[in-house]
Design a protein around this ligand. Structure first.
Ligand code: ADP
Ligand code: ADP
Ligand code: ZN
Length: 222
């Protein structure tokens, strides 16, 4: 059982293939643990929207399902984690994705933060349906699913419009999966001693119940 105490900050890492449910559960897990959630994919998409230097650099990799280079990811992530709202830690969605990123996070935070790693698994047979049915809010990033989590009136709960990501096509998914297997899956071995595996094939509510079972919350001492 991984326990989060509020006396030491925590980083909760959500690992898993595209479609496993990281983006679905990161915000609610963050609210549950009273820490923000950070999605590097969402941060890059915001940067692309705002046409920043990071966004321009990242787009060329993202559109083809390739990983954005580690230096760019780490600089953006560490800058975000230094912000005031992250002083008690954060839930990380989609990062680390390489051993270099994992080691850099360890170097920077292992002395001050408690690390928890959750692996969401997903059967091969469900991958395409999950990804190709996904639509996400342009404004807040919240994912919906045409079949499993249909949006009301084609809008997000926040009022934002829903769009399908350019990289959520069957063709780009193939590339993303191959990269996941080659570059991200080795992290399962790397984090073995602290990793909790959760069956991501179950319905959303059940997956969430199983995720939060891993945390005992202590009272907050402000
Ligand atoms: P990830 O961030 O790991 O790539 P998402 O959280 O965006 O995955 O989920 C991918 C798609 O699958 C989304 O459309 C989401 O609504 C849907 N989804 C997530 N969890 C479940 C689940 N347990 N059952 C059915 N659909 C799900
Ligand atoms: P998914 O929900 O399918 O897991 P994300 O939204 O997390 O996808 O990421 C979308 C894309 O953003 C990735 O395919 C990759 O190009 C880029 N990206 C996001 N996070 C990272 C990271 N930690 N390292 C490298 N590239 C990243
Ligand atoms: Zn929204």
């Amino acid at each position: 059982m991984a326990d989060i105490t509020f006396n030491s900050p925590a980083l909760v890492i959500l690992l898993g293939p595209p479609g496993a449910g990281k983006g679905t559960h990161a915000p609610s897990l963050g609210s549950h643990l009273l820490i923000p959630h950070i999605s590097t994919g969402d941060l890059f998409r915001q940067n692309i929207c705002n046409r920043t230097t990071i966004g321009i650099k990242a787009k060329g990799f993202m559109d083809y399902g390739r990983l954005v280079p580690d230096e760019i990811v780490l600089e953006m992530l560490f800058a975000r984690l230094k912000q005031e709202d992250c002083k008690r830690g954060a839930v990380l969605d989609g990062v680390p994705r390489t051993l270099i990123q994992a080691r850099a996070i360890d170097r920077e935070f292992s002395k001050t933060h408690k690390l928890n790693v959750i692996l969401l698994t997903l059967d091969e047979s469900l991958l395409v349906e999950r990804i190709c049915g996904r639509v996400a809010c342009k404004q807040c990033g919240r994912p919906y699913h045409r079949k499993y989590d249909p949006p009301k009136n084609e809008l997000c709960a926040c009022g934002g419009t829903l769009v399908q990501r350019v990289d959520d096509s069957e063709e780009v998914l193939k590339q993303r999966l191959e990269i996941y297997r080659r570059q991200t899956e080795p992290l399962i071995e790397y984090y073995k001693p602290i990793l909790q595996e959760i069956d991501g094939n179950q319905p959303k509510q059940e997956v969430f119940r199983n995720i939060i079972k891993n945390f005992t919350l202590e009272p907050i001492h402000a």
